[in-house]
Design a protein around this ligand. Structure first.
Ligand code: NAX
Length: 324
C-alpha cells in the first residue's frame, strides 16, 4: 500500500486530484492507497464533505483516509507528498509578498517532513511559486535526499504539447514530450527545438515565428487565460498533470521519451547554476528515481530566455533566504 499525503485537500485542484488517485490513475490498478489529507482548520468542514464523496465512490483501491491540520501527524510514514495547498495571490499583492507568505507554509512542511516522513518519500510541490517553495521545503528536510524533491512543470509541458498538436493538426500522441526549462512562471521556456512530430523536428513542420512568438507566450500565460475565461484558476488540468508527473516518475520511460520536472540543478549537464529547483527534461530510472536527459540543444533565442528564467530563480532564492 502507498501512503500519499495531499495538502490543500478542500481546494479546487484536490477536488479532481483525490478522486483520480483513489481510482488508481496515478500508481496503477494494483497499488492500494491510503490518503493523508492536510487542510487548514477553517477548511476541515468542507474537506469532510469531500471525504463523504470519496467514500461514496466506493473505490476498491482506497483503504484508508486520514485528515487533519497538523503536518507532523499527517506526514508520518508517507511514501509520496503532494504539496498543493498554498496561499493564493490576493489583488495587488507583489510576487515578493506571495513568496514570503508561502515560505512560512513550506518551512513548516519541510520541517515536518524532516521530523516524521519516511526518508524515501518523494515530494512534488505544486503550490506557487512552486520552484522556490520546493527549494525551501528541501532545505528544511536535510535528512531526505534533495533529489527526492520536484516542483511541477508538467502542466506547462502538457499545454505546450496540446498546442503544438492542434496547430500541426496531429494527435497529441504524435508529438514528442516538450521540455519546459526553468521556472514555473511566465519566464519558463517551452522547448520547440528538441521536440518532434512523428519523429520529424517540430521546427520543420511549424513556422519558427509561430513557435517563438505565439506558442511560447501562450504556454507562459495559459494559466491567466484560463482564469479569465473560467473565473477560477486551472484545476482539473493541474490535477491531471500531477497524475501524469507522479505516474511517469514511477513507471519506465519509453526509449526516446522524457518528461519535464523541476529538480535540484546540482551537477546538471546544461551549466545552470547549482542549488536551484529548475525544470529539465528527465527520465525515470526506476520507481521514484530519475536522471536529467543530456544532449538537448539550445539556439541563441532559447539560451537567452533560459538564462532569464535562471536569473529569476536566483532572485527568488535570495528573496526567501532573508526569511529563512
Ligand atoms: P485553492 O485556493 O482552491 O485551494 C488551496 C487550499 O489549500 C485551500 O483549501 C487552503 O485552505 C489550503 N491551504 C492553504 N494553506 C495550507 C496549509 N498550510 N496546509 C494545508 N492546506 C493549506 O487553490 P488550488 O486552485 O487548489 O491551487 C493550489 C495551488 O496550486 C496554488 O498555489 C496554485 O497557484 C497552484 N497551481 C500550480 C500549478 C502548477 O503547475 N505548478 C498549476 C495550477 C495551480 O495554479
Amino acid at each position: 500500500m502507498k501512503r500519499i499525503a495531499i495538502t490543500g485537500g478542500a481546494g479546487q485542484i484536490a477536488y479532481s486530484l483525490l478522486f483520480r488517485i483513489a481510482a488508481g490513475d496515478m500508481l496503477g490498478q494494483k497499488e492500494s492507497i491510503a490518503l493523508h489529507i492536510l487542510e487548514l482548520p477553517e477548511a476541515i468542514d468542507p474537506l469532510k464533505g469531500v471525504i463523504m464523496e470519496l467514500k461514496d465512490c466506493a473505490f476498491p483501491l482506497l483503504q484508508e483516509i486520514h485528515i487533519g491540520s497538523n503536518p507532523e501527524e499527517l506526514f508520518k510514514d508517507i511514501d509520496i507528498a503532494l504539496l498543493v495547498g498554498a496561499k493564493p495571490r490576493s489583488p495587488g499583492m507583489e510576487r515578493k509578498d506571495l513568496l514570503r507568505e508561502n515560505a512560512k507554509i513550506f518551512i513548516e512542511q519541510g520541517k515536518a517532513l524532516e521530523k516524521v516522513a519516511n526518508e524515501n518519500v518523494r515530494v512534488l510541490v505544486v503550490g506557487n511559486p512552486c520552484n522556490t517553495n520546493c527549494w525551501i521545503a528541501q532545505s528544511f528536510a536535510k535528512r531526505i535526499n534533495p533529489r527526492n524533491f520536484h516542483a511541477m512543470t508538467r502542466l506547462d509541458e502538457n499545454r505546450a504539447r496540446a498546442q503544438i498538436a492542434e496547430k500541426a493538426n496531429v494527435l497529441v500522441k504524435d508529438v514528442s514530450p516538450i521540455t519546459i526549462w526553468g521556472n514555473h512562471s511566465s519566464t519558463q521556456v517551452p522547448d520547440y527545438l528538441n521536440a518532434t512530430i512523428n519523429m520529424q523536428p517540430v521546427k520543420d513542420r511549424l513556422e519558427l515565428k509561430w513557435l517563438q512568438e505565439t506558442m511560447i507566450p501562450q504556454v507562459q500565460n495559459r494559466g491567466a487565460e484560463v482564469l479569465k475565461a473560467r473565473g477560477k484558476s486551472s484545476a482539473a488540468s493541474a490535477a491531471g498533470a500531477i497524475i501524469d508527473a507522479v505516474h511517469d516518475l514511477y513507471h519506465p520511460t519509453a526509449p526516446g521519451e522524457w518528461f519535464s520536472s523541476a529538480v535540484l540543478s546540482n551537477g546538471n549537464p546544461y551549466g545552470i547554476q547549482d542549488d536551484l529547483i529548475f525544470s529539465f527534461p528527465c527520465r525515470s530510472t526506476g520507481p521514484g528515481e530519475y536522471e536529467i536527459v543530456s544532449g538537448m540543444e539550445w539556439d541563441a533565442f532559447m539560451q537567452q530566455k533560459i538564462k532569464t528564467s535562471e536569473s529569476e530563480l536566483v532572485e527568488e532564492r535570495s528573496n526567501v533566504r532573508n526569511i529563512i
